[in-house]
Design a protein around this ligand. Structure first.
Ligand SMILES: Nc1ncnc2c1ncn2[C@@H]1O[C@H](COP(=O)(O)OP(=O)(O)OP(=O)(O)O)[C@@H](O)[C@H]1O
Ligand SMILES: [Mg+2]
Length: 354
């Protein structure tokens, strides 16, 4: 967790195409969870562009609407940020006691962070508590631009809610994965979240995250390409992309457009995997887990599986979450499953305090 402590938080994922809300409580008697609240409200594409909030009022209203419609009582919220304003790095430094580390971390961090250190919120965690004998220790360093954090904090506050925790998308995603799946220490899993404007790639060795990258590539690129090639507006292109029928357009015309963007997406993933292999000792990615609304792009799973010679599975963030079918429509849950992983990971923050 980046900045703050938590108990009983509502996970709020402010994405560029929609805002997702998830509230959970621990399930009695086991390590599972129970769904208390879930909701999603769409945003038009000009409201948040490439992670920047262009129309704060619309976002504030959407958050208020989400709480109102779903009758959410609590107001303590966990949110997250991602993209170019966030840097996550595992660094190796000379072993030192905690107090000394607290004093020197800013200075240490300066050489790893491409921003002015005064412009970022910094957090860190020692990864190997025990002295490992070589006089060094690994530290996980997280820096998020203050400007970006306050942009997101501010809309939540204006909606009358209290942002208690500001996390990063990658950690919330990992949380969602490890809470729902057993990962063998021998396995390297690439968790790929593809939203509307950002793709987060997290690589894990068993339960341990070892590599992070956010890439500006998402579902909007598909929509743009369809808009341009077929001369249609955003909404029509979105429908066509999802395979919904639109009068006058045959899905056959959309397939090659989708395919060519998927090839570009493959190149971006390849670059990241190559960089990962060059900078870590891991040799192979054993499996790919996909999430995010754009993981539903036609044949994307098959394409990635063939290209990277690894099985591809869709992450189910509700695998270990039970819910009342009277209260929540299973079809609705199924529909928003792909978009809910970050909000689920954020909602679990209560029990995972550091
Ligand atoms: N069935 C579908 N087929 C293809 N794409 C889909 C489908 N359903 C949703 N999408 C796409 O998924 C994207 C939204 O996913 P998600 O909710 O994960 O993104 P977001 O969190 O709003 O965006 P970001 O995290 O990039 O800011 C949109 O681009 C949308 O068009
Ligand atoms: Mg998202």
């Amino acid at each position: 967790m980046l900045f703050g402590k938590s108990k009983g938080l509502i996970g709020l994922d402010v994405g560029s195409s929609s805002i997702k809300l998830v509230e959970l409580k621990p399930h009695k008697g086991d390590s599972k969870w129970k769904l208390v609240n879930i909701g999603l409200v769409s945003l038009s594409p000009e409201v948040i562009v490439d992670g920047s909030i262009m129309d704060a009022t619309m976002v504030v209203d959407a958050i208020a609407q989400l709480f109102g419609e779903n009758k959410v009582k609590g107001g303590d919220v966990a949110i997250s940020v991602s993209g170019h304003s966030v840097i996550i790095k595992k660094i190796t430094m000379a072993y030192m006691a905690e107090e000394e580390l607290a004093e020197s971390i800013r200075w240490e961090a300066e050489s790893y962070i491409p921003f002015d250190i005064d412009d970022v919120n910094l957090d860190y965690q020692v990864l190997d508590e025990a002295d490992r004998g070589d006089g060094n220790m690994d530290v996980l360093l997280v820096a998020a631009k203050k400007e970006k954090v306050s942009e997101y904090v501010s809309v939540v506050q204006q909606a009358g809610k209290t942002p208690v925790v500001v996390d990063v998308d990658s950690f919330a995603l990992q949380n969602s994965l490890t809470a729902n799946y057993e990962l063998s220490d021998l396995q390297v899993t690439a968790l790929i979240n593809i939203g509307a404007s950002v793709m987060n790639i997290n690589i894990m060795q068993g339960n341990n995250p070892i590599f992070w990258r956010d890439i500006s590539f998402g579902g909007n690129i598909y929509t743009d390409a369809i808009q341009k090639d077929l001369g249609v507006d955003f909404d029509t292109a979105e429908q066509l992309k999802r395979g919904e029928s639109v009068e006058g357009f045959d899905f056959e015309r959309v397939i090659p457009i989708i395919k060519s963007v998927t090839v570009d997406l493959g190149v971006e993933v390849q670059k990241t995997f190559d960089f990962f292999k060059a900078t870590t000792s891991a040799e192979k990615i054993n499996r790919i887990m996909m999430t995010g609304g754009s993981s539903k792009i036609l044949n994307l799973d098959e394409f990635l599986s063939e290209r990277f010679e690894a099985p591809v599975e869709m992450l189910n963030p509700f695998q270990n979450i039970t819910y009342s079918e009277k209260q929540f429509n299973p079809e609705l849950i199924h529909e928003i499953k792909a978009s809910a992983a970050i909000a689920v990971g954020l909602a679990m923050r209560r029990a995972n305090d550091k």
